[in-house]
Design a protein. Structure first.
Length: 396
């Protein structure tokens, strides 16, 4: 759960120092592990790194002036990141950069909120070492189960305090309703009910201002104050776009989890879809600029974030369906042909003449749980579908 933080100028300086110390400790841990090679002694773990941190705080006054809690939690975060890397669930921890990775974590007492209090209906305070009580906007009840919170600063200069809690799942209606969701770029989410949902992006005036700022940034001198101001202005516009996308994802996922018992989505490999097409020096890629634009559109549509939040809010009720040929297969008769999809939006079956929006037709196939094999057979998660014509089931 995230709340907007409102530090004073003096408190902001203390928070920036915490961010700097946490980033410095993290990067030292990354450097230690990068020196490891097969045949050498193992890289130090959290216990050894914590002992080294104690010695470093004795040797360097500027490091000792910071919070030991913040610095130790940076080491704990790194140890957790390495555990995720060795488990195969996360990428290897990389370097953190100033201006991009600004944040740190504070751990409170188990089951107690000695470091958080409420002042009024919309104002609360959180105790942060070296900064004191920092106010934040109390937009909802702070969870009692929160064991820690993280303070972060985005590129637009906004501060947030994020409490680490496991959200409660959203209860379904209990009617057995099933919905299919087809995700795309032109239409962010097409439902099998015929509804088409799109992520709200930037307005035309905001897009034009962003383009002007980007041109101004290209002319600014690197390292100048003018360049820093332009970068902040660009970050504010992009933060506005990100906030709108996250708000849409939260509202859409909550609604789907509350209205349907089973939610079926495409099993898309987002990481593979947004892979760069630049290639190598010896084998350069083709249509690199067009592919980069497509990758930005995929990220802007929030394809992966929507499914992630659905799995959080409706655990056990989200099913992933193989998306193969779902946009080429007629939902009415089961006939599959590439010519069925006349355009991005128009679907017209060459066998039965059924017409529909292409994304809605794909969503209906997903709702039915269909996965089309390479031989053209329609297969649901549990076996073959008997309602399709025999000629389709046996086509080669």
């Amino acid at each position: 759960m995230r709340f907007r933080l409102a530090p004073t100028p003096a408190q902001e300086q203390a928070l920036l120092e915490h961010c700097s110390h946490a980033r410095y400790v993290w990067n030292l841990a990354v450097e230690q592990h990068q020196h490891w090679r097969p045949g050498r002694a193992g890289a130090p773990g959290y216990g050894e790194q914590a002992r080294q941190l104690t010695e470093a705080r004795k040797a360097f006054a500027w490091l000792a002036a910071g919070s030991q809690t913040v610095q130790q939690q940076a080491l704990r975060d790194f140890a957790q990141a390495m555990a995720g890397f060795f488990a195969g669930t996360h990428r290897r921890p990389a370097w953190r950069k100033a201006g991009v990775h600004e944040g740190f974590r504070i751990v409170g007492k188990r089951g107690q909120h000695w470091n958080v209090r409420r002042l009024s209906r919309k104002v609360g305070e959180a105790w942060i070492p070296k900064a004191g009580w920092v106010r934040f906007r109390w937009s909802r009840q702070v969870p009692e189960s929160a064991k820690s919170f993280r303070v972060r600063r985005d590129r637009a200069g906004r501060w947030h305090v994020c409490f680490a809690v496991i959200p409660r799942p959203v209860n379904g209606p209990g009617t057995g309703q099933v919905v299919g969701v087809d995700r795309g770029v032109a239409i962010s989410a097409a439902l099998s009910t015929g509804e088409k949902l799109s992520v709200p992006g930037l307005r035309d005036t905001e897009t034009q201002r962003l383009l002007r700022l980007q041109r101004r940034l290209a002319r600014a001198k690197p390292g100048s104050k003018r360049r820093a101001r332009v970068k902040t202005a660009i970050a504010r516009i992009k933060a506005r776009e990100t906030d709108r996308r996250k708000d849409w994802v939260e509202k859409t996922s909550t609604r789907l989890a509350a209205e349907y018992d089973v939610i079926r989505v495409e099993d898309l490999k987002i990481r593979n879809m947004v892979r760069s097409a630049r290639g190598t020096l010896t084998a350069p890629g083709s249509n690199v600029r067009a592919k980069a634009g497509l990758n930005r559109s995929i990220h802007a549509a929030g394809l992966g974030h929507l499914v992630t939040r659905l799995e959080h809010k409706a655990p056990g009720r989200v099913e992933k369906i193989n998306p193969a040929y779902t946009s080429q297969t007629c939902h009415a008769c089961g006939h599959r042909a590439a010519e069925n999809r006349e355009s991005q939006a128009v679907f017209r079956c060459r066998a039965c003449g059924h017409t529909d929006h292409a994304d809605v037709n794909a969503a209906k196939n997903i709702a039915a749980g269909r996965a089309v094999t390479a031989r053209g057979a329609l297969q649901p998660p549990g076996g073959a579908v008997n309602r399709e014509p025999q000629s389709v089931l046996t086509s080669g």
